[in-house]
Write a protein that binds this ligand. Structure first.
Ligand code: ATP
Ligand code: MG
Length: 351
């Protein structure tokens, strides 16, 4: 009873600190924060003006003294100070605007990309500690996503998961609570947006904002051709006249813009299958692979991968929240957390 009350008051947290979105899961309550990882700062006063969706809405629309920044690049903290402030802001939201007191400082389980360096792990630990945590556990993102998707990761079977976020695509084969083969590439959802910006420039002489490009990708983008043509008005600045212009773009053109990146993702999955032990490959062949992360929502991506690899491909339920739900499950299962965490390194397994 006392333990229960204590736990409720303490509010242990699971965090998915992503390049595009940050989510916070509160033990016993569920996902409380789900916001873009964007911060708006007034450079004259060094004050934070907005965090999350409000800051994302300002992207590309700010006067010179206001900057909107993303503290993460390719899944890794690139602006430490802003990352810490953003985390502090989100954690305070959980505590209704207050900083957690000394006794209520939470334990935090947080996802990180695979293959990150010791220094980058420390940076995450420091940022989370400075933002108010008493204890930080780091779990690799595809591991967290697999746990969030309830894959049988503890069993001696090959579980393959591809977590496609904004900044990185992470490929992992998991068996007996460990990652056997893995790869992380910096081509994911946000790169597809940049591909569309580049295409608009090359083909239409149109300067397009990245938010517009993302909207086009989500509205009409797809990895394989569908039955009907989809079109969307693309608005930007004509690079020749300098004036605003609108051009219609269709799904085939969007696919053409993204195809090289999509092929790189497919080839990376192939590379991993090639170096995965044959027993595990046999399991994957039979059980298929799971796609998660926001980038996995691209229409037809599952079909593209399935056709290229001739392996069944399944999309996770609610792919955008798989990682944070995994960290939430790990808060309830400390033994599993000790098995899978890469930080603190408990000396129980090699990386
Ligand atoms: N319906 C959709 N179709 C295609 N892409 C989508 C869709 N919804 C979201 N995305 C893309 O998903 C990406 C964000 O996914 P997610 O929140 O999983 O990334 P993240 O965890 O912040 O990044 P990372 O894990 O790489 O650090 C963005 O690039 C976004 O454009
Ligand atoms: Mg992610």
């Amino acid at each position: 009873m006392i333990t229960n009350l204590w736990q409720r008051w303490r509010q242990e947290l699971g965090i998915d600190l992503g390049t595009a979105n940050t989510l916070v899961y509160v033990q016993g309550r569920g996902i409380i924060i789900n916001q873009p990882s964007v911060v708006a700062v007034n450079t004259r006063t060094e004050q934070i003006l907005a965090v999350g969706q409000e800051a994302k809405d300002m992207l590309g629309k700010t006067p010179p003294h206001i900057i909107t920044t993303r503290p993460l690049t390719g899944g890794i903290i690139s602006d430490f100070e802003i990352a810490e402030k953003m985390l502090r802001y989100f954690i305070e939201q959980v505590y209704h605007g207050a900083t957690p007191g000394v006794l209520s400082r939470p334990k935090v389980v947080i996802g990180a990309p695979i293959n990150i360096t010791e220094v980058e792990l420390r940076a995450i630990q420091d940022a989370v500690t400075h933002a108010g945590a008493r204890e930080v556990w780091i779990v690799e993102e595809p591991m967290a996503a697999a746990i969030g998707s309830r894959l049988p990761i503890r069993e001696p079977v090959g579980n393959m998961i591809i977590e496609i976020g904004g900044g990185t695509s992470e490929i992992a084969v998991i068996s007996l609570s460990g990652i056997t083969t893995r790869k992380s590439i910096k081509i994911a959802g946000d790169e597809l947006n940049r591909n569309i910006v580049q295409y608009a420039r090359d083909v239409f002489n149109l300067l397009l904002g990245e938010r517009q490009a993302e909207e086009i990708k989500i509205k009409i983008g797809s990895a394989v051709s569908g039955e009907e043509t989809k079109e969307f008005p693309m608005r930007g600045r004509d690079l020749i006249t300098g004036l605003p212009r609108e051009v219609m773009i269709n799904d085939a053109q969007v696919r053409e813009a993204m195809i090289k990146s999509l092929r790189t993702i497919v080839d990376s999955i192939k590379d991993i299958l090639e170096i995965t032990p044959p027993e595990l490959v046999a399991d994957i062949h039979e059980r298929g692979l799971l796609l998660s992360g926001g980038g996995a929502l691209l229409r037809g991506l599952d079909q593209l991968i399935q056709r290229a690899l001739e392996i069944p491909v399944r999309l996770a339920d609610d792919p955008l929240t798989a990682v944070v739900r995994g960290t939430g499950i790990l808060l309830d299962e400390p033994e599993l957390l000790r098995e899978v965490a890469v930080f603190p390194e408990l000396g129980k397994r090699s990386r």
